[in-house]
Design a protein around this ligand. Structure first.
Ligand code: MEV
Length: 334
């Protein structure tokens, strides 16, 4: 621990996957962007550890419990955590990764107030926390995007169009996985993401397990996983050229493959249909089964209205926002 506990505030963005969810768990390429919506944690000295007024419980708060153990150990002076923000929970927008990133950054600052945040270490610990919560199957997509910000590209190889940041590995129930994690900035353009929330919660761990089961029962479905990887690579190419029309086409193609894998839902399909006429591309984003869809559009107001008329709740974001950061507070020193 550092020199006495004090109030620390940190925030981290949610994420939106443009290409490659689910296939990325099998090591295929994927692209995600940090969105404008953020989660903020305020940690204040207290008499006992708590989260929004309830005692910190490792069953209920597994990510926070693991981060506390890794950054602060057992003897750390207790803190009360207060969470707030505008990332809807359990909706495919990376709320749990943002929680890990923000809480991890705050705890790292508490432990070593004068040191700059070690993003590599934080994203590794946050990925482990996510993997534990997802029955051992999690790519570093959500956690790296929330920690790094901008656009994050995962691949089975070093990609020349993005800056290589680090390599991540994980032993999943299906075998060893390895991801090369890259970062890039979004090419400037007047394009927006409209995120449409179905309001239906489908736990990521269950959706990921469903795909693992499908591929194990029907090994030929691995071709769909590989096809998602091919589309993701094409989408990445279009993104680096700033060709957002082609980015949109690849997103819609990606959605058809995800639907074929069984991870869409009637609610997602109806929001996607509503957004199509005013969008460059539309797909589910995240684990699916409910949660959110995303539309890439030049007319966010029209697209958002169409989604809301179909019963979805919308958020609008530009592509690529700042990653985890400490927020001003009387005691933050960096
Ligand atoms: C969830 O946001 C994305 C998935 O690909 C799971 C993962 O990457 O760990 C479905």
């Amino acid at each position: 621990m550092g020199d006495g506990a004090s109030t620390v505030v940190a925030s981290a963005p949610g994420k939106c996957i443009l290409f490659g969810e689910h296939a990325v768990v099998f090591g295929q390429p994927a692209v995600a962007v940090a969105i404008e919506q953020r989660l903020t944690v305020t940690m204040r000295p207290a008499n006992s550890w708590s989260v929004d007024g309830s005692a910190l419980n490792p069953q209920k708060h597994p990510h926070i419990a693991m981060l506390k153990e890794r950054y602060l150990g057992d003897d750390a002076p207790p803190m009360a955590l207060h969470l707030q923000g505008d990332i809807p929970r359990a909706s495919g927008l990376g709320s749990s990764a943002a929680l890990s990133a923000a809480v991890g950054a705050a705890m790292a600052h508490l432990a070593h107030p004068s040191q700059a945040l070690d993003r590599n270490q934080l994203s590794e610990i946050a990925h482990q926390a996510e993997a534990n919560a997802q029955m051992g199957r999690a790519s570093p997509m959500d956690t790296s995007t929330s920690v790094e910000g901008g656009i994050v590209v995962l691949s089975d190889r070093h990609e020349t169009v993005a800056n290589h940041a680090y390599t991540r590995t994980l032993t999943t129930p299906e075998g060893e996985r390895r991801w090369e994690v890259h970062r890039m900035e979004a090419p400037e353009d007047e394009v927006y993401l409209v995120l449409g929330n179905t309001g239906v919660h489908a736990p990521t761990s269950q959706q990921v397990a469903l795909v693992a089961e499908t591929v194990s029962k029907h090994p030929e479905r691995m071709n769909d996983i590989l096809a998602i990887g091919t589309v993701a690579r094409r989408g990445l190419e279009a993104l680096t050229q700033g060709d957002y029309d082609a980015v949109g086409r690849a997103m819609s193609e990606n959605h058809l493959l995800l639907r074929g894998l069984g991870v869409s839902s009637p609610e997602l399909e109806s929001l996607i249909q509503a957004a199509l006429p005013t969008s460059l591309g539309v797909k589910l984003t995240g684990a699916g089964g409910g949660g959110c869809m995303v539309a890439l559009t030049r007319t966010p107001k029209e697209t958002s209205e169409a989604i809301e008329l179909a019963g979805g709740r919308t958020l609008i974001s530009r592509l690529g926002n700042e990653g985890v950061r400490l927020e001003p507070s009387p005691n933050n020193r960096s």
